[in-house]
Design a binder for this molecule. Sequence first.
Ligand code: AMP
Length: 138
Amino acid sequence: MTDECIFCRILAGEIPCFKVYEDDDTLAFMDINPVHPGHVLVIPREHSANVFEVSDAAIAATAKSARRVAKAVRATLEPDGMNLLQCNGEAAAQSVQHFHMHVLPRAMNDGASLNWELKPGNMDAIGALADRIARALA
Ligand code: AMP
């Protein structure tokens, strides 16, 4: 836990999130600047900045949860495709320095680029999708 890390503060319950899944080692919640509806972030509880610092146990737990979440997102939204994405460093567009994986549903010819702009989402729509995905994970 670091006081400055926004994801550690979400884990501590100091900042709210739209949680879809948690277990002893990981937490999954909706990205509030979704590239597409159903964009979920999966993080380890153990703080590390990036793929170079994360422990083997934490990355394994995160990947396992990400695959589980991906299946729930697919069952909920039936997207054309899905990216599981993980960014490290400024040039890779990493904006939060706590290791995380994006579960990113895709549509055919959606034009999404790897370095996207952050645009605030509709909180009601994000919350409603969080409920649906969480139900698919129950
Ligand atoms: P990255 O660019 O790979 O570091 O991704 C960080 C992601 O965290 C971005 O897509 C942000 O939209 C997302 N994000 C930042 N703060 C929050 C938050 N409080 N709740 C949910 N998602 C967040």
